[in-house]
Design a protein around this ligand. Structure first.
Ligand SMILES: Cc1cc2nc3c(=O)[nH]c(=O)nc-3n(C[C@H](O)[C@H](O)[C@H](O)COP(=O)(O)OP(=O)(O)OC[C@H]3O[C@@H](n4cnc5c(N)ncnc54)[C@H](O)[C@@H]3O)c2cc1C
Ligand code: FES
Length: 506
């Protein structure tokens, strides 16, 4: 039997999907007027239960990381998901909803012959989203996808949350694209490090001397971890975290009960502190600030996060700086400007990244190494840049933001523009961080604010905080409040006053 009566129409709330069992398949039902659609029940990104998502403006928004899918077809409209929802035939008869448990075949975009060669450099967040977009849009020319990592295109964000906690082996970090996505079109994946990219000649040279001429290229090489300019910074045992190899090496060196010193109290440093505590290490964080993350989240939320870490056994040192890593042949201590010396054989540097663009020729680079792009993410004729390396206009001001979902949004837009569209970045940046079992989410990008309005108490549990300039909401920070954050992820594409935001939060 493939057809199943699964629910009655009046059971469906148009704003909320309903999870039902159709034979052996779990599906969600989404109501659109008198019509019903049936889709796979778990988000293709990281498996969130989609019945906990919300429906607004014709989109179903995932409760976890705010991917959005078109309600009428299940097509992915916003990352971090990069695949459409699997769809099932659903119909209503005499008020009863019926679902066929065989998924409908996916319909690919038509491919017309194309002599062009596109190159995507980098298989991280932005590069993967671009490749998925080019293939899904039917690009039929040659598509070369380059990366210097041996096993690229995985979810880097899991490294500091789950791999360092000993909860996920580094080589089992989820892949970004499904194998059937990679079988479309003329995709050629290549292992190679770019030595030069000449934007004027539209030519790439790899470290092994191979040359590639392109018609259009996307640069998405991400950030390179920076080491502080102090003696001993290159000693063995002083590590950085960007790749799965880095994470595996770190975990290999960490021992339960033994000290690890993390330099830096940014998101990566604090996520690593949380994960390594879970692993059982004695964690010390060297911090320049009295309150971590205050610049991004404000003093009150930053203090709550510091207090959470302290309660879980993380020891903060600071405000101070490292003056020297000492040891002969291997690090054995970290010396601080406040006179402390921390004995350790393992140090993680969470001291920021620099755009990996040293090989770019023929395009001016910003002082920090970023490529300046326009709102369509174009850096030069035939060249686009996306993700951590791109300085792009956000609400009229050039910014560079190191966020996973934003890099993917960039990748999608740049790919569409490589295909001849004229899409501009008018999305809402979104960021999440996971520390000691708590997820904090941020929508928008506030460089400054003059007031923060709280609903709920950050010291006590779930809360939502509106960072405002005058009456205008510029960013929202939350723990919990999943429905409101899903709605705001769409609503903040337009100007939003604090009154409107408070009404929406309810
Ligand atoms: C451990 C960790 C956890 C994070 N967690 C979060 C999080 O929870 N939420 C969030 O929003 N952001 C998070 N981030 C930040 C986020 O991962 C980045 O903003 C995002 O990956 C940027 O995407 P990208 O495509 O620009 O670069 P990347 O994802 O870094 O991809 C760049 C790719 O380019 C390749 N490459 C570089 N140079 C060359 C070259 N010369 N030749 C060939 N290939 C090259 C690299 O090998 C890499 O695969 C985290 C970052 C790290 C390191
Ligand atoms: S699980 Fe749905 S967007 Fe991440």
């Amino acid at each position: 039997m493939t057809q199943h009566a699964v629910a009655r129409l009046e059971q469906l709330d148009p704003k909320r999907p309903l999870r039902v069992q159709a034979g052996s398949e779990e599906v969600i039902l989404v109501r659109q007027g008198e019509q019903v659609h049936a889709y796979q029940a778990d988000c293709p990104h990281a498996g969130a239960p989609l019945e906990e998502g919300v429906v607004c403006n014709g989109l179903l928004v995932c409760p976890w990381h705010k991917a959005a899918f078109a309600v009428d077809e299940g097509a992915v409209c916003e990352p971090p998901a990069l695949a459409d929802l699997r769809r099932y035939k659903a119909w209503v008869k005499d008020g009863e909803i019926w679902v066929d448990d065989q998924p409908l075949p996916r319909v690919g975009a038509p491919r017309h012959s194309d002599a062009r060669c596109f190159v995507v450099i980098g298989a991280g967040a932005a590069g993967s989203a671009a490749v998925a977009t080019l293939l899904a849009n039917g690009f039929a020319g040659k598509l070369i996808w380059l990366d210097k990592e041996r096993q690229p295109a995985y979810d880097r964000t899991a490294l500091s949350k789950f791999v360092l906690a000993g909860e996920m082996p580094a080589d089992e970090v989820p892949a970004l694209l499904e194998s059937d996505q990679l079988r479309q079109g003329q995709l050629e994946r290549r292992l190679g490090k770019v030595r030069t990219l000449d934007a004027g000649k539209r030519q790439i040279t790899l470290a092994d001397g191979q040359r590639i001429d392109y018609d259009a290229a996307l640069l998405a090489t991400g950030g390179k971890p920076q080491r502080p300019a102090v003696p001993g910074t290159d000693l063995p045992g002083v590590m950085t975290l960007r790749t799965r190899e880095d994470a595996a090496r770190l975990l290999d060196a960490a021992e339960p009960g033994q000290p690890v010193v993390i330099v830096g109290d940014g998101f990566i440093g604090l996520e690593a502190a949380s994960a390594l505590r879970k692993y059982g290490a004695q964690v010390h964080v060297v911090s320049r600030h009295q309150v971590p993350l205050a610049k991004q989240l404000g003093e009150r939320i930053g203090s709550c996060i510091r207090e959470l870490h302290t309660r879980k056994g993380v020891v903060f040192h600071g405000p101070t700086e490292v003056t020297r890593f000492s040891g002969s042949g291997k690090v054995d201590a970290v010396e601080l400007a406040n006179g402390e010396t921390l004995r350790t054989s393992l140090v993680l540097l969470g001291t920021g990244v620099k755009p990996a663009t040293a090989f770019v020729q023929g395009v001016p680079l910003h002082a920090d190494g970023a490529l300046l792009v326009d709102a369509e993410l174009r850096a030069a004729d035939g060249l686009w840049a996306a993700g951590d390396i791109a300085r792009f206009p956000l609400a009229g001001h050039p910014v560079r933001i190191e966020h996973w979902r934003l890099a993917q949004q960039h990748g999608v837009i740049a790919a569409a523009n490589m295909l001849g569209q004229q899409r501009r970045y008018d999305d809402v940046p979104f960021f999440w961080t996971y520390q000691h079992g708590r997820t904090y989410e941020v929508l928008g990008h506030a460089q400054h604010w003059d007031d923060i309005v709280y609903v709920g108490q950050p010291e006590q549990g779930d809360f939502i905080a509106l960072q405002c300039v005058g009456e205008q909401v510029v960013a929202v920070i939350a723990k919990g409040y999943s429905d409101a954050m899903a709605l705001l992820s769409q609503r903040m594409k337009r100007p939003l006053s604090r009154e409107q935001a408070l009404e929406l939060i309810g």
